[in-house]
Design a protein around this ligand. Structure first.
Ligand code: SF4
Length: 227
């Protein structure tokens, strides 16, 4: 008998999209359990999950009834596979994903290592990549950035203007034209300190006419105190 795949899901819920170009849209979030990174500021490390089949996920998503479905995490690309994507494509949802872009590589039929998502990104209507940094090194890979519709960089007061420019330059090598959002880190709710700091960084960039398509991204759901 064929084994039915199960996915570790932290929660499926509806709320407004609080970030990026789709801010303010009412959406269904599918939060996948687990992440390949351990960012110190992470606000989504939830220990509990349920094992759901594809049918179980789809049932809950249909009950909530929103047109836009956002795969998030944790890091959703760890568990995402073709059956899941095909099912969502067939059901005509507008499918969005938020990923750190540091997706694992797998061997193709020739034994070459390729990004696991390389053949799957096109199933999404909107891809948000939020690269994370470790010791100054960007963890996102090229194919994720090339596919991105928007890029989100998390910022706090430790990041200097010179480091920020360096990060923007690295991202722009593979993501030439879209919007790069600077998001104040707000791990424990909305705080003004980081937001003001990001605002000042943006003023400096503007003053130098450095990159016209870098914007402020405040997590609206935290200001509204909703999920
Ligand atoms: S990539 Fe995102 S979900 Fe993963 S540890 Fe970092 S902040 Fe948390």
């Amino acid at each position: 008998m064929k084994k039915v795949s199960q996915y570790k899901i932290t929660e499926i819920f509806e709320s407004i999209q609080g970030e990026g170009v789709f801010t303010g849209k009412w959406v269904t979030f599918v939060r996948f359990y687990g992440c390949n990174l351990k960012c110190p500021f992470c606000d989504t490390q939830i220990d509990k999950y349920k094992r759901l089949t594809l049918t179980g996920i789809m049932k809950r998503v249909k009950e909530l009834g929103n047109d836009i479905v956002v795969f998030t995490g944790g890091e959703p690309t760890i568990q995402i596979d073709l059956p899941l994507l095909r099912m969502f494509r067939k059901s005509k949802y507008q499918l969005h994903i938020e990923s750190n872009g540091a997706t694992e590589c797998i061997a193709n039929e020739n034994g070459q290592l390729i990004n696991k998502m390389f053949t799957m990104w096109h199933y999404f209507n909107w891809v948000t990549i939020s690269p994370k940094y470790h010791n100054g090194y960007m963890l996102a890979d090229v194919s994720s950035l090339e596919r991105a519709d928007e890029v989100k960089l998390l910022v706090d007061t430790k990041l200097s203007i010179e480091e920020l420019k360096q990060r923007i330059t690295e991202v722009r090598e593979y993501f030439q034209n879209g919007t790069i959002f600077l998001q104040p880190i707000e791990a424990s709710g909305h705080t003004e300190e980081n937001t003001k700091y990001v605002y000042n960084l943006l003023r400096l960039l503007e003053h130098e006419k450095w990159d016209a398509n870098v914007m402020l991204n405040i997590q609206i759901h935290k200001i509204l105190n909703v999920r």
